[in-house]
Design a protein around this ligand. Structure first.
Ligand code: NOJ
Ligand code: CA
Length: 562
């Protein structure tokens, strides 16, 4: 905990005040982004809500839609204008709802379709758009489509899933075959866990010796595509602003270069551009150079697929994160991965950098003090592309170790604990008995809460709020603004980069390490100097030998050049 009157706290308070100064100049908005890109993405910051754990409105121990509705004013005040809601549909919840048994119905434990419609409408009133989770690749094995499909006689759903031609055919390379148990003589292909049978989008190159591998344009795969479009239309028409697409790159099987899957999404994007041009999709693909040309508006960087992204905030094979007090890992590890991806996607779509998500432990707040969380947020909220904040990361909430697996969470469970609102029972998440909660709340005496941080201008919550406001106020900080590195010391700090758009130019300097740092700043700047916008106000200095950047331990600075 930072003592009330420490210098660090005073600096952070000042940082907040500076960040609240509105931009003095609003350059014109000449738009280099593609014509078919919804313009609201330019300044949207998303907030991921795991519905189980956000707010329980009826005291049954599990979060719900009315709970989210109740907390919309909090999100509005934070300044986020987008929500990604994890699956909230009817499900046996063996994989936390990523095992859907009715794609057209909200799970009763969360409320009703009518509650979701109300949530969409109320959120929009507060300028917040909600994206749902589209689990396109598989269903639960308790879905009625699957029950019909596994029957011996042919019916409408026979080819909705991928079935081998005999129960004795179980060696199929590159796919996961689940053997036995069906009435029909065959085995199904699972997508993730065994109870998640893969929907049949066909094979890019069906093996002629395996006649059960259907081409992508066979009647079964075409019917599944039509169903997927129908699901999307259904939720668009109720008010959804888009979808996060689960495992988006793996729909078509035996598609090593992803081309057939990309062609499918291309068709969906063309349809959206025609009929729902203001809606957006973000893919769980983590190959932006493939996903964006395929039609996604945004693609996530994810730790399991992108080691440079993982290195930002999390240990990797004993190596400390880049954003760490030890300061030992170079930002180069991230940039070497990121810069080519940015170059490949510029002007076509956005890279989405998340603070974390429901699959990722530890959380941003683990092993990082408040100042460390703030520097990480300063980075996330000033980078190009579209930032996603995982619920609670704005507080520096920590994931919990050693929890029993819940709903197929296994090692992910600790990142899914209830949001910490205040210090009332269950951290204000629910009025249920503690033993009836979806997951235990963090019981640590120093756990961060909204109540403790809301009115403290130096808190991570306030800093995050001010950085979101800053991003929204400055064209240069938007999703499509240019990004260029200015100072990248190989193994030290500060890291300095330039953002620019529509004639506005901003510099960002970061020092996540526990030591102060300085570097010469190349370039000449006007006599008026650089106007501080956020963070350490004295960081950019002019002396006899020119301009330099000087940063205290775990600090950042954002200045306007013009
Ligand atoms: C990715 C989701 O994020 C994860 O939570 C889920 O278990 C798998 N896809 C399977 O749907
Ligand atoms: Ca509830």
């Amino acid at each position: 905990m930072t003592p009330t009157n420490s210098p660090v706290r005073s600096i952070r308070r000042l940082a907040f005040l500076v960040a609240s100064i509105p931009a003095l100049v609003h350059p014109s908005r000449a738009d280099p982004v593609p014509a078919n890109m919804p313009d609201w993405l330019e300044h949207t910051v998303f907030y991921e809500i795991y519905p189980q754990s956000f707010c329980d409105s009826n005291g049954d121990g599990i979060g719900d839609l009315k709970g989210i509705l109740r907390k919309l004013p909090y999100l509005h005040e934070l300044g986020v204008t987008g929500i990604w809601l994890n699956p909230c549909f009817v499900s046996p919840f063996q994989d936390a709802g990523y095992d859907i048994s009715d794609f057209y119905k909200v799970a009763p434990r969360y409320g009703s379709n009518e509650d979701l419609r109300e949530l969409f409408a109320e959120a929009r009133r507060l300028d917040i758009r909600i994206m749902l989770d589209l689990v396109a690749g598989h269903t639960s094995d308790q879905n009625p489509w699957y029950h019909a499909s596994q029957q011996a006689g042919r019916n409408r759903y026979t080819d909705y899933y991928i079935w081998t031609d005999s129960v004795w055919t179980w060696n199929a390379p590159g796919v996961q075959v689940v053997v036995g148990g069906a009435q029909r003589d065959g085995n199904y292909i699972a997508n993730f866990f065994h109870f998640q049978p893969a929907l049949n989008y066909g094979f890019a190159k069906p093996d002629p010796t395996q006649p059960w591998e259907q081409p992508v344009d066979a009647p079964g795969p075409l019917a599944v595509r039509a169903e997927l479009k129908n699901i999307m239309r259904f939720w668009f028409d109720l008010g959804a602003s888009g979808f996060r697409v689960d495992m988006a790159g793996s729909l078509v099987k035996n598609d090593p270069d992803g081309r057939a899957t990309a062609a499918l999404w291309h068709e969906f994007r063309a349809w959206m551009d025609r009929e729902y041009p203001d809606r957006a999709m973000v893919s769980e693909w983590s190959q932006p150079q493939v996903a964006i040309p395929a039609g996604f508006h945004m693609d996530f960087l994810l730790p399991y697929a992108k080691p440079g992204y993982k290195a930002l905030f999390r240990d990797d094979n004993g190596r400390k994160p880049i954003f760490d007090r030890s300061g030992g890992t170079s930002i180069r590890v991230f940039l070497d991965e990121f810069e080519p991806l940015l170059a490949a996607t510029k002007g076509k779509g956005y890279i989405a950098i998340p603070s974390g998500n429901h699959d990722t432990t530890p959380r941003l707040g683990n092993g990082r003090d408040a100042a460390g969380v703030d520097v990480a947020m300063a980075f996330l909220l000033t980078m190009p592309g579209v930032p996603f904040i995982y619920y609670g990361d704005e507080l520096g909430m920590r994931s919990l170790d050693g929890l029993a697996s819940k709903e197929g969470g296994y090692g992910r469970t600790g990142a899914r604990t209830p949001m910490q609102w205040d210090n009332s029972p269950n951290a204000g998440f629910s009025t249920a008995q503690a033993d009836r909660l979806y997951l235990p709340v963090d019981s640590g005496g120093d756990r961060p809460t909204v109540a403790a941080q809301l009115d403290d201008p130096g808190s991570s919550l306030s800093i995050t709020r001010s950085l979101i406001a800053l991003r929204k106020a400055h064209p240069a900080l938007g999703a499509s603004g240019d990004f260029e590195t200015v100072i990248v010391p190989p193994n030290s700090w500060p890291f300095v980069y330039r953002r620019a758009k529509d004639g506005e130019e901003i510099l960002v300097a970061l020092n996540p390490s526990g030591k102060s740092c300085s570097a010469a700043l190349p370039g000449t700047f006007t006599a008026g100097g650089l106007q501080p916008l956020a963070g350490e106000v004295t960081a950019f200095r002019h002396g006899t030998s020119g301009w330099s950047v000087v940063l205290s331990p775990e600090s950042y600075a954002v200045v306007k050049v013009r």
